[in-house]
Design a protein. Structure first.
Length: 148
């Protein structure tokens, strides 16, 4: 039996990892833009969450490999939405789905120095999820996503 190597194993995120994150940014910002709460009472472009997604999109577009970006950098805007008490249930659900997808697809390098911090921030955000209740069925979907 060959000995198990304790040296650092290489991190191989899916080749399309950058596109996965870009797609989630697009889905969430598009939904937020057309959300009735933002269309009338707030300037969409001035919303802090939107600005953080725009900055992340700029970063994503400037790299060719996910290894060039710290996990906390691409998780932060999604976690901010999850923690926001000004976000509707459906938007919160999209952010929860995105983070779940990032974890499921292995986009977080568990061998990196920031992995523990990233996982801690995800756990903290999920356990402190806040959102504006819209209707009972939408709210129940968000609560189910939290449990997943």
């Amino acid at each position: 039996k060959p000995p198990i190597s304790t040296s650092r194993m290489s991190f191989d995120a899916p080749k399309n990892a950058i596109y996965i994150i870009s797609g989630e940014i697009q889905a969430l910002t598009s939904s937020k833009k057309y959300n009735s709460r933002w269309s009338n009472t707030h300037s969409y472009e001035e919303a802090p969450e939107v600005n953080s997604f725009q900055k992340l999109k700029t970063i994503i577009n400037s790299v060719s490999d996910l290894q060039d970006i710290d996990s906390n950098t691409f998780l932060a805007p999604f976690l901010d939405v999850i923690r926001s008490d000004e976000t509707s249930g459906p938007i919160t659900c999209l952010a929860l789905n995105a983070v779940n997808k990032f974890l499921s697809y292995g986009l977080i390098d568990i061998q990196s120095e920031s992995a523990a911090s990233a996982i801690d921030k995800v756990a903290n955000a999920v356990t402190h999820t806040r959102f504006v209740g819209t209707n009972p069925s939408d709210d129940e979907v968000v609560l189910m996503r939290i449990l997943q």
